[in-house]
Design a protein around this ligand. Sequence first.
Ligand SMILES: NC(=O)c1ccc[n+]([C@@H]2O[C@H](COP(=O)([O-])OP(=O)(O)OC[C@H]3O[C@@H](n4cnc5c(N)ncnc54)[C@H](O)[C@@H]3O)[C@@H](O)[C@H]2O)c1
Length: 356
Amino acid sequence: MAEPIRVVVTGAAGQIAYSLLYSIAKGDVFGKDQPIILVLLDIPPMLPVLDGVVMELQDCALPLLREVIPTDKVEVGFKDIDAAILVGSMPRKEGMERKDLLKANVAIFKTQGAALDKYAKKTVKVLVVGNPANTNCLIASKSAPSIPKENFSCLTRLDHNRASSQVAMRCGVSSDKVKNVIIWGNHSSTQYPDVHHAKVNVHGTETPAYDAVKDETWLRGDFISTVQLRGAAVIKARKLSSAMSAAKAICDHMRDIWFGTKEGEFISMGVYATGNSYGIPEDLIYSFPVEIKNKTWKMVDGLPINDFSRAKMDATAAELVEERDTALDFLSHIFCHLVEDEGKCIYGYTQKVVQL
Ligand SMILES: NC(=O)c1ccc[n+]([C@@H]2O[C@H](COP(=O)([O-])OP(=O)(O)OC[C@H]3O[C@@H](n4cnc5c(N)ncnc54)[C@H](O)[C@@H]3O)[C@@H](O)[C@H]2O)c1
């Protein structure tokens, strides 16, 4: 059997992690013959909760799970890590401005990026889930200059899965019959779910999604807004944000990084826009269609883009540029590394207090 790999999940006491850890530990992501050491990182007040998660993982009696290490220290959490799934982040509180949330989270991801740089393997694959995921990912990568930029990506697979599923339900087929939907841009309500290049397998025949759905008004209207606003709809119904579906999407994303995408299929993920053929500004983490082979993603270039798509791709890019500039401006003034959260220290920061 292979040597165990070390996988860290941050925010490990949270609700996404609770749905995610079992799938990872039983081999759904890194393979059924790949032993795993799971490192669970959260903030100090959550350590008692982590103890409960550790007990449950032990009680699952999973043969691939060699060790579980709960910690509140980045130097332990990121040591010799092969895969890092960064879920932990500060949630939006009542009355908190979007900018304040961005500031709190870029501070967290700057610290974690720097810790990855210092302690993780240089081959580490980093998946950022905590919101605002694209910009957090950009900051983490910029803070880890010794790790290749290509090793960083952010989660838009949940949006991708939502889009595939909406089309599948509309056509009365199972979701595996839909391929090559694209999520462009930000994991926010400006994202652009695009099915111009998608195919639906209808009774064994690969059919362009527009022909299979036969409802352009829906595809250009309610379909897009349903996917864009799905997160909010889940929160409204459940009083909690998406967790089961987010965990499933994390598994899909990381498994594709590890084992590659299927021949002739592409998936969506947030990656560096550097060198893209779609006129998206560089130095952004923007969701593109990608194919993956040998643990390396390659953007799917040169797809024809019509005016409808162009406007939507540019709008979500503009939002990301603004987020990036706010984040970088904040970081350029940062003189401190401590964030107070209702009097409790958010882990990882060691000096002064930022007034948010
Ligand atoms: N990209 C996506 O598609 C997607 C989908 C769903 C949710 N999300 C985001 O994922 C994040 C987590 O969601 P959740 O429902 O699990 O939230 P949650 O509040 O249940 O859990 C978050 C956990 O992160 C921990 N945490 C906070 N700061 C930390 C730090 N500095 N280091 C380590 N851990 C820290 C918290 O203590 C908590 O245990 C949120 O930002 C959410 O918006 C993203």
